[in-house]
Design a protein around this ligand. Structure first.
Ligand SMILES: [Zn+2]
Length: 126
């Protein structure tokens, strides 16, 4: 087990150091950047996102992908659960993976997720 891990780390290191050409299907994205890729297309995608993010902030607006405080969303989820839904039900109705709703430890949630939960709670509880 340990040997396998060491070998994997070693091959990762070797790959990083020798930096072979990117596979053709690798297109830069902010998600890849956040996962640790530092190739030029990924850095460019992340920089473009940050430019949009700062621009939106400067105009007093928010981006759907940004993280916001999860507290109101957690309260809405609890109300939905008290009304008889399970996290799996809620996730399915929102088109999300169940894991996307377990953010209590992170304390922050994507604005898009917060909006979906808010809309569902309004629809079902009010
Ligand atoms: Zn990349």
């Amino acid at each position: 087990m340990l040997t396998v891990r060491v070998r994997r780390l070693d091959s990762t290191l070797t790959r990083t150091l020798s930096s072979p050409p990117m596979p053709v299907e690798h297109v830069g994205s902010r998600a890849s950047y956040q996962a640790g890729c530092r190739c030029l297309p990924c850095r460019a995608a992340s920089a473009a996102y940050m430019t949009r993010y700062r621009g939106a902030r400067a105009r007093g607006r928010r981006l759907l992908g940004q993280l916001v405080d999860a507290t109101p969303t957690m309260w809405r989820l609890r109300r939905l659960v008290r009304a008889g839904l399970t996290y799996a039900d809620i996730a399915r109705r929102l088109g999300l993976r169940t894991a996307a709703l377990h953010f209590a430890r992170r304390q922050r949630v994507r604005l898009s997720t917060a909006c979906r939960v808010h809309r569902l709670a309004r629809t079902l509880l009010e």
